[in-house]
Design a protein. Sequence first.
Length: 214
Amino acid sequence: MIQSLKLITAPVNEPVLLADLKNFLRIDTSADDAMLTDFIKASTRIIERYTNRKLITQTWAFFMDNFPFSNRFDSLAEGVTEGALSQYIFTQSYISVPLFPLQSVTHLKTYDDSNTDYTMDSSDYFVDVSSEPGRLSLTNNSTWPATVLRPVKGVEIQFVCGYGANPTDVPFELRHAIMQTAGVFYSNRGCAESEDAIPKSTLALINAYRVYRL
C-alpha cells in the first residue's frame, strides 16, 4: 500500500531560541546571528530525523491508496487453499499515524473518482495519542466509509503532531541536543554532516527518544 505525507501547516517556532543558543555558546555579539539561526534549523532537522519525531506543533496530511488490511493465510500451510478471498483478507480496525508524537486528528476524508470528498464522523473513531505510533481506531460497531476510492490517495488523515507550540514544550534533552549539535556546526562552520554532527554524549542523552520504524 502506497503512503505519502504532505506538510499543511509548518511550525511557527524552532525548538531552540537564538538567545538560548548564544547563551549556551557564550556568544555576546550579533555578527553571526544569521548563521546561528541556520544552524538551529539544520540541527533541529537532524535531531528530528534521528529520533523520528516532530518537535514543535505542526499539521500534516497522511494519504493512503486504501484502508490497511491484513490476511488470515497460514504462512506454514502447503498446497491449495480454497474459499472466497474475503474469507482470508480483512480490513484492519485501526490506522497507525506515522509522525510522533501525535496530538490530535483533524479529520479523515475519502475521495472518489470525481475527487468528491466525504468526511467521516469523528464519533465513529477513537484517537489514541498515548501510543507510539499514535493510532486512529474504529469504535465498536463502526466501519470505514464505503466510498469507492479513487485509484491513488483515496484516504486522507489530517493530523497535528509535535510536543507543543513553544520551545519549552519540547523535552529538555531534545533541546539540549539541538544546541550541542548547533555548537558542532558553529565550531566547524557547517562542515559536519548529518548524524556525524551529533556528539556521542548527546546520542546517549536522546536515544531514549528514538523511535525505530519497522
